[in-house]
Design a protein around this ligand. Structure first.
Ligand SMILES: *Cc1c(COP(=O)(O)O)cnc(C)c1O
Length: 422
């Protein structure tokens, strides 16, 4: 069936079960009964698809994986216990000691420490380059480079890389491009349409949308030529799975199948069926919410730009943004719900703004239906030196908003009263 986005978001990957359920039930069961010994042997030998144990696959989680893979136009997906688990398992599936990764400097903080501290200790080397100039990726790639890593909308800088140019550079080697598409979601940006090879998500944010569950997901485009890229774990007999060759057995789905059968099996960062159920509910309304997040954020950004207490506003949908043209090219439906702004009053004004807001919730998350606010200099970026903070786009008076889907007049009124006299 050739359904469009909103139909897949509600029906993709599920028709009914044997009891006639109209939406995917929660299969809160660790393991699944085999019909007979031959059936068990066939499932274990990958001759027949079937559920064995929820660490590897589960019927509720399976619907979520199929649904997002359909929304993305990918060959398969693996759901994980968190966004960080999705990123870590992707890297562990692709890389080994001695490999290099070229990554943008503007990544999510948790990803930066995963790369710089945890994976670097395993002998994987990371080079961070300014993503504003695609040539920086070309200069950093060597014969040891095995991945290029980007985010659709960097947080808190809200920068947008030029995907087409960066993908062209990576594929000329070829090196696979991995993209964290958490802030845009597949509704605002379809990574594989622009040549990205693997997309990773924190489902905790907009896809779940209601801040109920931590979850992550890896999606495979099926397009990367693993033989040419020198990824022998996919193209030669694998001792971890009785000598199968993943590209022979699974063709285009070699990466995602090995990520499930080896990495998810061995590392164990699987998603709980209950979280998959809640995230599937959120996913049903993704397009409605992203339209509203985007239009509310643009209204808030325009209001802030006209306010005398505000020095500068970051929002890629504003004409004044240096990323406006890239936003029009890559995110024409809307630019999601994150807005950054700098208060003229600096550090103390930033903290005072947080004290005064009433509707906006003060917490360290994004992508909730509720509007959220944080002062990064005194919280998320407190551990960095002032110089490092400024490089990350966090000045003393910088405020980050995750604009929710409430009435925009109420959001703006709350911001307005908090700005008075600052
Ligand atoms: C939150 C976030 C993550 C990490 O996801 P968790 O679900 O919290 O583990 C990764 N990338 C981005 C862009 C995020 O916003």
């Amino acid at each position: 069936m050739d359904w469009k986005f909103d139909t897949i978001a509600i029906h993709g990957g599920f028709e009914s079960d044997e009891k006639g359920a109209s939406l995917p039930p929660i299969y809160q069961s660790t393991s699944f009964i085999f019909r007979d010994p031959d059936h068990a042997a066939r499932v274990f030998n990958l001759e027949e698809e079937g559920f064995i144990y929820t660490r590897i696959n589960n019927p509720t989680v399976d619907v979520l994986e199929k649904r997002v893979a359909l929304l993305e136009g990918g060959v398969g997906a693996v759901a994980t216990s968190s966004g960080m688990a999705a990123i870590a398992m992707t890297m562990l599936s692709l890389l080994r000691e001695g490999d290099e990764v070229v990554a943008a400097t503007t990544l999510y903080g948790g990803t930066v420490t995963l790369f710089k501290i945890t994976l670097s200790r395993l002998g994987i080397n990371f080079k961070f380059v300014d993503p504003d100039d695609p040539e920086n990726f070309k200069r950093a790639i060597t014969e040891k480079t095995r991945a290029v890593y980007l985010e659709t909308v960097g947080n808190p800088k809200l920068n947008i890389p030029d995907f087409e140019e960066i993908v062209k550079i990576a594929h000329s080697v070829p090196v696979p491009v991995i993209l964290d598409n958490t802030v845009a979601t597949p509704y605002l940006f379809r990574p594989f349409d622009w040549g990205v090879d693997i997309a990773v998500y924190s489902l905790t944010k907009y896809i779940s949308g209601h801040a109920t569950s931590i979850g992550g997901l890896i999606v495979d485009s099926g397009n990367f030529p693993w033989e040419e890229g020198g990824f022998t774990q996919f193209t030669t007999p694998d001792p971890g799975y009785h000598g199968i060759v993943f590209t022979e057995k699974f063709g285009k789905a070699a990466f995602i199948e090995r990520t499930r059968l080896q990495i998810l099996r061995d590392i164990g960062g699987c998603m709980s069926p209950f979280n998959a159920f809640l995230i599937l509910l959120g996913l049903e309304t993704l397009s409605l919410r992203m339209d509203r997040h985007s239009s509310n954020a643009l209204k808030v950004a325009e209001f802030l730009e006209s306010h005398p207490a505000v020095k500068e506003v970051n929002y890629p949908g504003l004409k004044s943004s240096r990323y406006y043209d890239l936003a029009r090219k890559y995110l024409p439906r809307g630019q999601s719900g994150l807005v950054g702004f700098e208060l003229k009053g600096g550090y103390e004004a930033g903290k005072e703004f947080i004290r005064r807001v009433k509707l906006l919730k003060h917490l360290a998350n994004i992508g909730d239906a509720r509007s959220l606010v944080i002062h990064p200099a005194s919280t998320t970026h407190q551990q960095l030196s002032r110089e490092e903070r400024l490089k990350a786009g966090v000045s003393d008076g910088f405020i980050r908003l995750s604009v929710g889907i409430e009435d925009p007049d109420d959001i703006i009124a709350d911001i307005e009263q908090a700005l008075k006299g600052l």
